[in-house]
Design a protein around this ligand. Structure first.
Ligand code: NFS
Length: 622
């Protein structure tokens, strides 16, 4: 019991965690335990395995070697590792974005199966944002040109990203001065890989500034294209009610879990699962129907647009299987434990991999392509129904009832809730009813008690009249804790409580998946433009209390580069260099008017964020 309590604050999942321990079902927590003690050089970021004169380690206590074979010191090794991480994160979001752009383009040309241009109003808005003519043209024509324009964002023909048009003038000036204006998405990532090669970048500051530029090409490029075109293809999210936690799995239904990140597959699976003939088939197999639930960010995409319930966040993936109730877990890519087939083997469950990029030994592979999307989705749903017949009801343990939540807060939806203009929000902020806005984002990490960082940071900040806009695993943690319903405003300070009551919104707004952190950027751009300031001047901040992924580091980096003071709960393995640490947590302020801080205690982090927001308000004179 002690172990279970140390591992999570989610009371509902404790029972399932206990089961994994009793029945020897190995999870990430067990593997973390086996890894102890983790390599100290790695934690400090002072080991380098880039070139094969190495691996090299620099002695942080200055007794052993101070340089690798090539001559790199701790500052360079730490910075190089960090740039490598940022590039990997930017690449994964942006490559996901590329698949969306390609599917969008195929749809515009009428070559995909199961997709349509669903939100044509947004199509026109986005096209106009990037300077495409919309008058007297068909939706397909506009979409085709938009698809071509966005495909070109990846290369370097244009020399600049179109969405930087959304960046406030003052913020763009800062980027130009710092030399970090992003050019092309692929260009920045490839250039990062060039710079981390042995014998290229040797100046840690120069390396890390390029890290910021690479991150910006993700936030205002790859991720933003992923969000905006997904909205056009699958619908711009509107405020929607749904449910969350392991209780969303049903003992009398065929349970299909959609896990990963890219909605191009999962969205079509939703269509297939609603097909009457397949529902009938499920009933013939003895089930009451087909139950779709989401996990991780693909789950967030479906929740936002279709109200599909969420089984949980990153650390819930093995626990979902450990309920014994999952018939098929469909994975695309990112944040997927390679160990899933091992857990599935303890039950009848099947893992179905779908991306050529993300094959997993032990999974059934059903490769997915936009041209045959619906056929593949149908095949997978049929497989799930067949697998259901093998389920042993005796082994099913669903630990709880689902928790209610509200999601779907796209920038457009927030504007709608406010009555069609951001004026009421700006009014609430300037009057001090709401002191500021914080983007709480990122992963779960077994090094942190599950959901502890997210939930406590949100609770502390709402008491201080600070509104949360959340994405990813952070938002799901808030959902499981019951913070994503309007009634949660009772826990907030008086000002925020009143605003939530009058608008009937929760104090924590679920804005979507991790690529939807770009919605946070778009919103910040709108607010800053309305106030005629740079993003760095807003009474706002970012936080990633339980992050683990390179992607999260990229998000934190584009938050900081865009002007958000950002507090992360775990260090990015940089403490082996005092100079890099100083740069990130101090000197960056002189470059982009924002910086990182590292603070594991959410209560302390909340105070740091509040202090920042109050000083921003003072400078704005509000
Ligand atoms: Ni984003 Fe983190 Fe993964 Fe989503 Fe969750 S772990 S970096 S929040 S699911 S991407």
């Amino acid at each position: 019991d002690q172990k279970v309590n140390e591992r999570t604050i989610d009371k509902d999942e404790k029972q399932t965690l206990k089961r994994t321990l009793e029945e020897d079902i190995e999870t990430a927590w067990d593997r973390l335990e086996e890894q102890q003690p983790q390599c100290g050089f790695g934690q400090l970021g002072v080991c380098c395995n880039s070139c094969k004169m190495g691996p090299c380690q620099v002695d942080p206590f200055e007794e052993g070697p101070q340089r690798g074979v090539c001559g790199a010191d701790a500052n360079l090794i730490v910075a190089r590792n960090l740039l490598n991480d940022i590039a990997a994160g930017a690449a994964s979001h942006s490559d996901h974005g590329r698949e969306i752009v390609e599917t969008f383009y195929e749809t515009a040309k009428g070559e995909s199966q199961g997709y349509e241009l669903l939100d044509t109003e947004k199509l026109k808005n986005v096209a106009q944002d990037v300077g495409i003519e919309v008058e007297d043209r068909s939706d397909e024509e506009i979409a085709k040109e938009l698809g071509e324009t966005f495909l070109a964002e990846y290369g370097m023909i244009k020399g600049g990203l179109d969405f930087t048009e959304r960046v406030p003038e003052k913020t763009r000036k800062i980027w130009n001065k710092a030399g970090i204006m992003p050019r092309g998405v692929d260009r920045e990532v490839v250039e990062s890989m060039h710079r981390v090669h042995m014998g290229v970048g040797a100046d840690y500051t120069n390396m890390l500034l390029h890290g910021l530029r690479t991150a910006l090409s993700d936030g205002w490029g790859g991720s933003m294209m992923a969000t905006e075109l997904s909205d056009i293809l699958f619908g711009t999210p509107e405020v929607t009610e749904s449910t969350v936690n392991l209780g969303t799995l049903k003992d009398d239904m065929v349970n299909i879990v959609l896990h990963g990140h890219n909605p191009i597959l999962s969205d079509v699976v939703v269509k297939a699962a609603n097909n009457e003939a397949l529902v009938e088939k499920a009933k013939e197999a003895g089930a009451n129907g087909i139950n779709l639930v989401g996990l991780c960010c693909t789950g967030n995409e479906l929740l936002m647009r279709k109200g599909v319930p969420m089984a949980g966040n990153m650390l819930n993936q093995e626990l979902a299987l450990a309920t014994g109730a999952v018939d098929a877990m469909i994975i695309d890519y990112q944040c997927i434990f390679p160990s899933l087939p091992q857990v599935a083997k303890c039950f009848h469950s099947k893992i179905v991999s779908t991306s050529e990029k993300s094959k997993v030994p032990g999974a059934v592979h059903k490769e997915f392509h936009p041209e045959s999307a619906y056929d593949t989705a149908t095949e997978i749903v049929e497989l799930a129904i067949d697998t259901y017949k093998e389920r042993n009801p005796q082994k099913v343990e669903i630990p709880c009832e689902p928790m209610e939540m509200v999601a779907g807060f796209s920038v457009e939806a927030i504007k709608d809730e406010l009555g069609g203009t951001f004026e009421p929000l700006i009014e609430a902020i300037t009057s001090g009813q709401i002191k500021g806005v914080v983007g709480v984002v990122g992963c779960s990490n077994p090094k942190v008690q599950h959901d502890y960082g997210h939930v406590n940071l949100a609770k502390e900040l709402m008491k201080k009249d600070i509104l949360m806009i959340e994405t990813g695993c952070a938002a799901v943690a808030s959902g499981k804790e019951g913070l994503l319903v309007p009634e949660a405003a009772e826990m907030a300070g008086d000002g925020l409580q009143k605003v939530c009551e009058s608008l009937n919104i929760p104090p924590v707004l679920h804005m979507g998946s991790c690529v939807d952190c770009s919605r946070i950027l778009t919103l910040a751009g709108e607010l800053a433009n309305a106030l005629d300031v740079g993003i760095d001047q807003l009474p706002a901040a970012g936080a990633a209390p339980e992050w683990y992924a390179q992607k999260a580091l990229t998000i934190a980096s584009y938050f900081v580069a865009s002007g958000f003071y950002t507090v992360v709960g775990l260090p990015p393995n940089t403490h082996g260099s005092q100079k890099v640490t100083d740069l990130l947590t101090d000197d960056l302020e002189d470059v982009v008017n924002a910086k990182f801080d590292v603070e594991p205690d959410p209560k302390v982090a909340a105070r740091m964020i509040e202090r920042h927001i109050l000083s921003q308000r003072e400078e704005l004179g509000i």
